[in-house]
Design a protein around this ligand. Structure first.
Ligand code: SF4
Length: 258
């Protein structure tokens, strides 16, 4: 039993992280180091100081919370979940970095018949992953690169474990959405799209979402006093990805740009 997890936000009334109106519980801590990460304050598993641009003072990001405290917070919106077919989404950081606590929280949500979703990188042992997905109504799994060495170059870890868990989710017929963050000069070329198609056809992924690169996290690197490799890199928009999207559609993989 783990008593507490480090949480850096609980966002109410989200409509982008699963069906209906949702509360999103953001877990702090991530074993990956994507060089484009828009939430660098989520990477360390402990509370940390970040300069606040509004108050001009340092503020602490992250707080240790119990399952009970989170349940009290998210159940305030129970009526909205019922009316909108919404629920609660675990996000991060990487929620499965604190998998035991995430499992306890999901069990409590299921006891209350709340729809559960999780946004994850899938970088976790398969026995742990399986226990978690059995408690989920929707799973959102990021696949950031098809090539394991490129994966390691851009993110710090290889992709084999993630692909193993992708296959496990497909085998268990989990309600799965595969997402690719499209990062300029990393996985954004039409050749990259073809390689993703090859991978998804091999394992049987039929629908994906692609997330165009944005710069919403740029300032956070300044506030954390950390370097940012993609400073001033141009953002991508859905119109930039029409050909990329079409490659999936032509291969029979439905592709939504978010
Ligand atoms: S997996 Fe997500 S939270 Fe972790 S480093 Fe990558 S973008 Fe950031």
């Amino acid at each position: 039993m783990v008593d507490k997890a480090c949480i850096f936000n609980i966002q109410h009334f989200s409509i982008h992280d699963g069906p209906g109106i949702r509360s999103v519980v953001f877990f702090k801590g991530c074993p990956l180091r994507c060089y484009w990460c828009a939430n660098p304050e989520s990477q360390s598993p402990k509370p940390e100081q970040m300069y606040d641009n509004l108050t001009k003072r340092p503020e602490t990001v992250g707080e240790y919370k119990t399952v009970e405290e989170i349940m009290d917070e998210v159940m305030k919106d129970e009526d909205f979940y019922l009316e909108s077919d919404g629920g609660v989404t675990l996000s991060g950081g990487e929620p499965l970095f604190q998998a035991e606590f995430a499992t306890q929280l999901l069990k409590e949500l299921k006891k209350k018949n709340i729809h559960t979703a999780c946004e994850t990188t899938g970088y976790v042992a398969s026995d742990v992953f399986e226990k978690v997905i059995d408690l989920l109504d929707s799973l959102y799994l990021d696949i950031k690169h098809y090539d394991t060495l490129q994966h390691k170059n851009g993110i710090g870890v290889r992709n084999e474990q993630i692909l193993k868990n992708l296959k496990l989710a497909l085998k268990k017929k989990t309600n799965l959405t595969v997402r690719i963050p499209i990062i300029p000069n990393y996985n954004s070329s039409l050749e990259d799209a073809q390689e993703f198609v090859r991978l998804f056809q091999q394992v049987g992924v039929s629908t994906i979402e692609i997330l165009p690169f944005h710069q919403f996290g740029e300032k956070k690197y300044e506030y954390l006093d950390r370097p940012y490799e993609l400073k001033n890199a141009p953002q991508l928009h859905s119109e930039d990805l029409l050909e990329y999207q079409q490659i999936f559609e032509n291969a029979g993989i439905h592709c939504l740009v978010r």
